[in-house]
Structure formats: structure tokens, C-alpha cells
Ligand binder design. Structure first.
Ligand code: COA
Length: 525
């Protein structure tokens, strides 16, 4: 046999202006125990009103936007008869009191938190000595379903705090003591709360009506002071977990109520903004432009090599704090020697270009400054020094830039270096380079000398820590202390990872390199 059960607005403390902001059920809906029926919101809190029992919604008495107060009929449920009738309440409870010297010491206790389990003290808002007004929030409790600010039942001075943050509490536990000037004037709602604690098993209401006790806790959550945030306890909890300020979210629910989806969307939006650099923290995206609007265009696919090197260069550019050190080497004598050697070598079909001398000089300089023949350890706390010297040569091909590697360059002579670099460049241009010929590089030389230019800033081929850019040698008037002499000067551009190498070291490196190149005898030693 079924009977009608009235669901009334519960004790909402002294909150005024309590508004029905959402009705979560419709007539004819079957609801289960604990299922939320309506959402009420006051200036300070929002509260989902759960069903005390299983039943079917027979009649809904309120509409969204209605102002309600304690005891107002929300809706009627058709339920099977149940003997489980109890009162319920929420809010701070004025517990036992002691009178002393005209003052009264009130012990404030945890109010009826329904059947909520694991109610934790998450914040204590006052300290011993704090003056409080009636209704000032004292502590914040949180269960798995709701958070709840416990207001003071009276005005006075907090004399002692009887619990700590993270304590698990239950109804009746002491919260703190308040010394009141005189006997506190209990408001109706506070009185009803204390009655409900004192006569838990009875069904008592301040308005003299009898209601069924709801099995679940009241789920009031206080919004930030003065805010107009509409959000339920679960949403507020989720927002706290994500560190989201609900004030920053525009709710998509009824009357702007913030839903869980809104919080998720907000978090996602913030992440997207960070990723796209809109907030200044990331790398701003280059805007997409419809170039066809301005004239004829042609779209060509990027070669596999160009795509791969673009990725590597971008990664290095973003990861490596680059500095480029510029210098010049006087290669007048080297050029004379090279030309002379080439006359002899031409019979063997071998040609020495400045590159072989560069490799030889770089090898010698790397031996002198081993921190350039190194990589930073991924942990960022160690340096890996390499005991082998494999030199990479940047080679321009139709498909893009490739960097074949001359292994153990320190064990090879000028002629051998010339033969190997020419062969590797040929293989690269013929797309015949085996994969392992592009691995294991310690230091790269990028020579644009055959083409032109005075200087450039090559990008370090990370995890290497430096790269030498070489531009075109030109004859320049160099002052020897008395006169200007025509000298062949080779521009050097050493880019390095400033995390691994200091500027002074880089200057020493290029000075040493320049010395090696300026006197070919150094190289032959
Ligand atoms: N100054 C003046 N002349 C130079 C020179 C320099 N720094 N470097 C080379 N030359 C001369 C050579 O002596 C040669 O002249 P020659 O024919 O009169 O003897 C001519 O320029 C062409 O040399 P090249 O064929 O380029 O040989 P190389 O050994 O100097 O260079 C490569 C070989 C593979 C490095 C080169 O062909 C190459 O591809 N360079 C491009 C690298 C690149 O794109 N780097 C950019 C990375 S960001």
C-alpha cells in the first residue's frame, strides 16, 4: 500500500532569499533514496535536496525561481509506507553550555550531517580569540557528497578550538567553545537545530511540523562571499580539486548554474590556451593565412628529408639556448699549400678543398676543448664526454639537408678526409647514404664557403653541443702593425649550447681553431 510523503524545505539555517534554482525531477519520475530532487540556493550556499526514500513524484509544488523557506512543500512522493520517520537538520549546533562570571561558555558541536560518511574538517576559519557574530562561518566540513560551512550559533569570542584540519568528525563532536557576553539569543533555526540534536530520535521542527528525516546529509556549500556563483556541491568539489575559480566560469545549466561539464570545458580551454601560447606561457601558433586570397599559389609536398630535418631543427631551436661566436682565420698560407697539394693530388683524382683542413683543425681543437665533443646528460646534471671524434658534414641535396658522418676523423689524414667527405657528399646527393652513415655525430661542420656569405648562425644539431658554420673566404687588407697586407680570411661562426659551454670557452675554441688554420704546420703535427 502506498501513501503520499511530503518533501518539505529543510532547515536552511538563517538563510534568507532561498531560491529554487533547479528542479531535477518531473511528475511521474521514479526516484531512489538519496536522489537529488531540487536545488535550492541562498546568498551563501547551494543545496541539493535528496529524496528521503524510494518513490514516485506525484506532484511538484514549486517552480524554478520560487523563493522558499523552511517547511515549504517542495513536492509529494508516492511511497510504500515506512516506519523510518526522523527529523533532520544542518548547520552549527549550540551544544552544552556553562555559565561563569556573567559570561556563558558555549560548546559548538557538529550538527546533524545525516548519513554522510567520512566527514572531514577541511578548513578552520577562526582561531582562539577570534570574535564571531552569530552565523559567521566557523569551520568547513566535507563529506564524499557535500561540503558545508558550519555557522556560529551565537556572537562571542572563540576561546578554544577542539578539532584540527583533516579530523574525521560526526554529529555531536565538539568543534570549539565560544564565550558569549550574555545568554545567546537562539534563533528559531538554531534552536531547531539544537533540538534536533538533543532529540535525535524525535521528529521535531521549529515550526511545529513533523517531517520525515532525510537519510542523506544536507549538501550546502557556501560560495565565495558576495558571489553569485550557482553550482552544486559536487561541482564545487570538482572545481576545488582542479583549482578552478568558479567565478571564472559561465554556467550552461538552468539560470546560469555551473555544471560539471562546464568545469571540464573550462579546464580544457585553459589547457588549450596554454598549449597555443595565448596566455604567453607557450609558443604562439603562426596564424593560418589563405594566401590564395592575394594571388595565385602552388602547393608542393615537402620531401621526406626536408620534413625530417624541419622537425630536428625545430626541436633543437626550441630546446637549445643558442649563442653564436664569430671569428676569422687567416688561411692565406693554407690556401697556397692547398693549391700546391692539389697539383700533386690531381693525378690521383683527389681534390683538397678547405673542408678537409677545417675537419683536421676542428679535430685538433676538440681534443684541446673536449667539452665541445660532448652532450648534456638527459638528467640535466651531467655531461657526457665522448672519447671518439666523429665529424658530421652538412650536405645540401635536392631533397634537403643531410649530415653524413666521418668516423674517427682524428685517425685520418688530409687526403683521406678529402676522399671520404667527397664520397659522402656524392652518396648524399645520389640518395645512396646508408642510415648508419648519418649516426653517431659528435660535432657538425656546415660549410657554405663554396656558395658565399660573410657569416651565419647555424643551429646546433642537438644533442651535440656545438656546430661550426663556415662562410666564404675573401681577401682582405689586414694591418700587420706597419702596413695593410692582402690576406685570405675565412669567416667562422660557432653556434653552441650555452647550457654546456660558456662564452669564454667558445671564444677560446674559435681562437684555437683560427690558429690551427692560419699555420698549416700545426695541422700536420
Ligand atoms: N671559402 C672560399 N671558397 C671555398 C670555401 C670557402 N670557405 N669552401 C669551399 N670553397 C671553394 C672550394 O675550394 C671549391 O672551389 P674550387 O672548385 O675552385 O676548388 C668550391 O668552393 C666548391 O667547393 P665544394 O664543392 O662546395 O666543396 P667543399 O668541400 O667546400 O664542400 C660540401 C662540400 C658538401 C660541404 C658542400 O658541397 C655543401 O654541400 N655545402 C652546403 C652545406 C650547407 O648547405 N650547409 C648549410 C647548413 S645550414
Amino acid at each position: 500500500m502506498s501513501k503520499l510523503k511530503e518533501i518539505l524545505v529543510p532547515d536552511v539555517g538563517e538563510a534568507t532569499d532561498v531560491e529554487v534554482i533547479e528542479i531535477l525531477v518531473a511528475v511521474g519520475d521514479r526516484v531512489g533514496t538519496d536522489e537529488s530532487l531540487v536545488v535550492l540556493e541562498s546568498e551563501k550556499a547551494s543545496m541539493e535536496i535528496p529524496s528521503p526514500t524510494d518513490g514516485e513524484v506525484e506532484r511538484i509544488q514549486v517552480q524554478e525561481g520560487d523563493k522558499v523557506e523552511e517547511g515549504d512543500l517542495i513536492l509529494e512522493l508516492s511511497v510504500q509506507a515506512s516506519p523510518n520517520n526522523q527529523a533532520q537538520s544542518s548547520g552549527g549546533v549550540a551544544g552544552g553550555s556553562k555559565e561563569s562570571a556573567g559570561h556563558q561558555l558555549e560548546t559548538v558541536r557538529v550538527p546533524d550531517v545525516g548519513e554522510a560518511k567520512d566527514v572531514t574538517v577541511i578548513e578552520i576559519l577562526v582561531g582562539a580569540g577570534s570574535p564571531v557574530e552569530a552565523d559567521d562561518s566557523l569551520i568547513v566540513l566535507e563529506s564524499d557528497k557535500a561540503s558545508m560551512e558550519i555557522p556560529s550559533p551565537c556572537a562571542g569570542i572563540v576561546t578554544s578550538i577542539l578539532l584540527s584540519v583533516d579530523d574525521q568528525v560526526e554529529e555531536g563532536d565538539d568543534i570549539l567553545t565560544i564565550e558569549t557576553e550574555s545568554v545567546p539569543r537562539l534563533t528559531d533555526s538554531v534552536r531547531s537545530k539544537s533540538q534536533s540534536v538533543q532529540s535525535k530520535s524525535q521528529s521535531v521542527r521549529s515550526k511545529g511540523q513533523v517531517v520525515e528525516k532525510r537519510p542523506a546529509a544536507d549538501t550546502s556549500v557556501i560560495a565565495p562571499q558576495g558571489s553569485k556563483v550557482h553550482a552544486g556541491p559536487a561541482v564545487r568539489k570538482q572545481a576545488r580539486e582542479y583549482g578552478v575559480d568558479l567565478m571564472a566560469i559561465v554556467g550552461s545549466g538552468t539560470k546560469g548554474r555551473i555544471l560539471k561539464e562546464d568545469v571540464k570545458a573550462h579546464v580544457k580551454q585553459q589547457l588549450d590556451r596554454t598549449r597555443s601560447g595565448e596566455d604567453g606561457a607557450g609558443i604562439p601558433k603562426v596564424p593560418q593565412v589563405d594566401f590564395a586570397k592575394f594571388g595565385a599559389i602552388e602547393i608542393l609536398p615537402l620531401s621526406r628529408i626536408r620534413r625530417a630535418s624541419a622537425k630536428n631543427l625545430h626541436r633543437s631551436w626550441l630546446n637549445v639556448p643558442h649563442v653564436t661566436q664569430f671569428d676569422e682565420a687567416d688561411i692565406t698560407e693554407l690556401e697556397e699549400y692547398r693549391k700546391q697539394q692539389n697539383l700533386e693530388l690531381s693525378e690521383k683524382g683527389v681534390k683538397l678543398t678547405p673542408l678537409s683542413f677545417l675537419i683536421k683543425s676542428v679535430v685538433s681543437t676538440l681534443k684541446e676543448y673536449p667539452q665541445f665533443n660532448a652532450s648534456l646528460h638527459p638528467d640535466g646534471e651531467q655531461m657526457i664526454l665522448k672519447k671518439y671524434i666523429h665529424i658530421g658534414i652538412a650536405v645540401e641535396t635536392e631533397e634537403g639537408l643531410v649530415v653524413p658522418v666521418i668516423r674517427d676523423a682524428d685517425c685520418k689524414g688530409l687526403e683521406q678526409l678529402a676522399i671520404e667527405s667527397a664520397e659522402l657528399a656524392r652518396q648524399a646527393r645520389d640518395k645512396k647514404l646508408p642510415l648508419d652513415a648519418m649516426q653517431g655525430c659528435c660535432f657538425t661542420i656546415s660549410s657554405l664557403g663554396g656558395i658565399g656569405g660573410t657569416a651565419f648562425t647555424p643551429i646546433v644539431n642537438a644533442p651535440e653541443v656545438a656546430i661550426l658554420g663556415v662562410s666564404r673566404a675573401t681577401v682582405k687588407p689586414i694591418f700587420d702593425g706597419e702596413n695593410f697586407q692582402p690576406r685570405t680570411m675565412l669567416p667562422l661562426s660557432l653556434s653552441y649550447d650555452h647550457r654546456a659551454i660558456d662564452g669564454a670557452e667558445a671564444a677560446r675554441f674559435t681562437s684555437h681553431l683560427s690558429k690551427m688554420l692560419s699555420d698549416v704546420r700545426h695541422m700536420l703535427l
